[in-house]
Design a protein around this ligand. Structure first.
Ligand code: NAD
Length: 256
């Protein structure tokens, strides 16, 4: 199935994990893809070569999404390299863990700048591009089950994903008249480098798996499949909502 032939997609934070899986999925389905990370690395070079081998135009643009200026430059460079953008996936995200009372301003700013300010201003630049080019568009934000579920010791992360939920609901209204849809994807526990410590620590992993109705962590390409659906024309009547991909974690029931 080639749902994205002739369309161009920007995936932020796509050097590894869920972002890289999204980039692969879009390229497999025929899209030109712009991948992004803070800087070029062996990983980004290898991923780019893999995507280009699929036959589409694919480029890497280095940018830290955490400032408005870098967000605007990222979109401008993506458009310059690839001609036009139809889909934006705001995937870049970080988390920091600490007791609430020990959380530093530096860690708070890193999480909020990457997870909220980044998507806010990258989306703004994307919308300006769509308006100037008189094109429709689709935005998919990588939220988390923690836009809904509490996660003690990750207060700034929860605040950032809660903010993303409301940003999406609000923008769905403002962007609909422009023909731009926007939705959130909320993964549960996915096997990516962000969870390396969890995956390497059986005493943490086992109780988590026991809480997940489907009994396992998710895979990055299972998240990418939902992202691709929401970005595609098959989701033409879908905007302003959050879609969970969490093995049932957010509805899990314990009799204790
Ligand atoms: P990851 O750490 O494996 O990858 C994150 C990517 O974002 C990396 O490519 C990193 O280089 C990039 N990045 C970080 N800060 C950036 C910045 N300022 N500018 C540009 N790029 C930046 O994480 P992942 O598990 O693939 O997570 C991707 C997204 O999914 C994040 O938004 C995360 O909050 C969300 N998420 C992940 C899980 C999970 O279990 N893995 C669950 C829920 C939500």
């Amino acid at each position: 199935m080639a749902r994205f032939t002739g369309r161009s997609v920007l995936v932020t934070g796509s050097s590894q994990g869920i972002g890289a899986a999204c980039a692969r999925r879009f390229a497999k389905e025929g899209a030109n893809v712009v991948i992004n990370g803070r800087k070029e690395s062996e990983e980004t070079k290898a991923l780019l070569a893999e995507l280009q081998a699929m036959g589409q135009r694919c480029v890497f643009v280095a940018a830290d999404v955490g400032t408005a200026a870098a967000a605007a430059t990222l979109v401008a460079q993506a458009v310059e390299a690839i001609g036009v953008l139809d889909v934006l996936v705001n995937n870049a995200g970080v988390e920091r863990s600490s007791d609430f009372w020990d959380t530093t301003e530096e860690d708070y700013d890193l999480v909020m700048d990457t997870n909220v300010k980044g998507p806010f201003f990258v989306t703004q630049a994307f919308v300006k591009h769509c308006r100037a080019a008189a094109r429709k568009g689709a935005v998919v934000n990588m939220s988390s089950v923690h836009e809904e579920l509490a996660f003690p010791h990750f207060a700034s992360y929860c605040a950032s994903k809660g903010a993303m939920r409301m940003l999406t609901r609000d923008l769905a209204n403002e962007l609909a008249p422009l023909g731009i849809r926007i939705n959130n994807v909320a993964p549960g526990a996915i096997a990516t480098p962000i969870n390396r410590h969890l995956m390497d620590t059986p005493e943490l992993l086992r109780p988590l798996q026991a809480k997940i109705p489907l009994g396992r962590l998710g895979q990055a390409d299972e998240v990418a499949a939902l992202v691709a659906f929401l970005a595609s024309e098959e989701a033409a009547y879908v905007t302003g909502s959050t879609y969970f991909v969490d093995g049932g974690l957010s509805v899990s029931y314990s009799e204790q």
